[in-house]
Design a protein around this ligand. Structure first.
Ligand SMILES: NC(=O)c1ccc[n+]([C@@H]2O[C@H](COP(=O)([O-])OP(=O)(O)OC[C@H]3O[C@@H](n4cnc5c(N)ncnc54)[C@H](OP(=O)(O)O)[C@@H]3O)[C@@H](O)[C@H]2O)c1
Length: 274
């Protein structure tokens, strides 16, 4: 699979998202995803599924060094000691010696960013993770995190799909050499998949609408996407997007769907978005 070079990391452009997947379902899907060719797995301490994801990774039958495993520290655990404890607990639940990417899940204005980024760097220096990054960081906070970090940040994982203009975050990531990892890349599989530019490209290329949207993601420089599915039949479908190109005008048409207000993940604790 196409991998994104990101400040020393090589991040597979598509990752398997595991939010809401639990228990045996999560384990079996992660194992099936790996067997189908997925090499990047996204979880988080908050998802409550790291033990299942870890079991799926072991059952997937692919050597650990060929996988890219990301987890995240919840925003209440960003004081130095809490972050370290959280990362260690994630490793234990996953059954791994080290992570590929450890992310701050959401910023927390009540905990000094310097303390959090310092702790993230210590986690890397001590071998808990190979790479570090952040998630849900708008550009000003991301710039601050980049400035505070000894090791370069490999990624900012943010909501990204054709309904949301993330061009400012994308430019900031590119300038810092970091990847933009897009979450909710299919806008949860709703109306987006029936939009005219998506449907027209699907018909023109003989692909499904989800494949068109995922192609739109990975065709942008420095951009990864982590779709989730609970349907094993979609594991292959969602991966098969590296053998065709969208034209410049198809890319523009899909990008033109972006309008303010289509953000899915917006909570009381969210930062001020760009
Ligand atoms: N950092 C963060 O704060 C954050 C926030 C949200 C999500 N994430 C990560 O991003 C991942 C993905 O985001 P998400 O789960 O919110 O949304 P998503 O991947 O955009 O959408 C998932 C939905 O799309 C459907 N779907 C998947 N493949 C499809 C296909 N080929 N055709 C039609 N529908 C399809 C799935 O239905 P079926 O299950 O029926 O296939 C599911 O309901 C999460 O699992 C998580 O790992 C991170």
């Amino acid at each position: 699979m196409h991998a994104i070079p990101a400040n020393g990391a090589r991040i597979p452009a598509l990752g398997f998202g595991t939010w809401t997947l639990k228990g045996r379902v999560a384990r079996d899907l992660v194992a099936a995803a790996i067997a189908t060719g997925w090499r990047h797995i996204d979880t988080a301490a908050m998802y409550g599924n790291e033990e299942d994801v870890g079991a799926g990774i072991r059952a997937g039958g692919v050597a650990r060094d060929r996988l890219f495993v990301t987890t995240k520290v919840w925003h209440t655990d960003l004081a130095a000691r809490d972050l370290r404890r959280s990362a260690q607990a994630s490793l234990k639940r996953l059954g791994l010696d080290t992570l590929d990417l450890l992310l701050v899940h959401w910023p927390n204005p009540r905990i000094p960013l310097a303390e959090t980024i310092g702790a993230l760097n210590r986690a890397r220096e001590d071998g808990l993770t190979r790479h570090i990054g952040v998630s849900n960081f708008p550009t000003a906070l991301f710039a601050e995190a980049v400035r505070l970090s000894d090791a370069p940040l490999a990624a900012n994982q943010v909501e990204h799909h054709p309904y949301l203009d993330q061009s400012k975050v994308a430019s900031a990531c590119r300038a810092a050499g970091s990847a933009l990892i897009g979450y909710s890349p299919l806008h949860r599989g709703g109306a987006l998949l029936s939009e005219e530019p998506v449907a027209a490209a699907a018909a023109a290329h003989g692909r499904t609408p989800a494949q068109i949207v995922l192609r739109w993601h990975v065709q942008q420089p420095g951009t990864a996407a982590i779709p989730r599915t609970s349907n094993p039949a979609r594991l292959a479908e969602n991966l098969e997007v590296f053998d065709f190109d969208l034209s410049a005008s198809e890319m523009r048409g899909i990008s033109a769907l972006q309008t303010a207000g289509h953000r899915l993940c917006d909570y009381a604790f969210s930062p001020h978005w760009d």
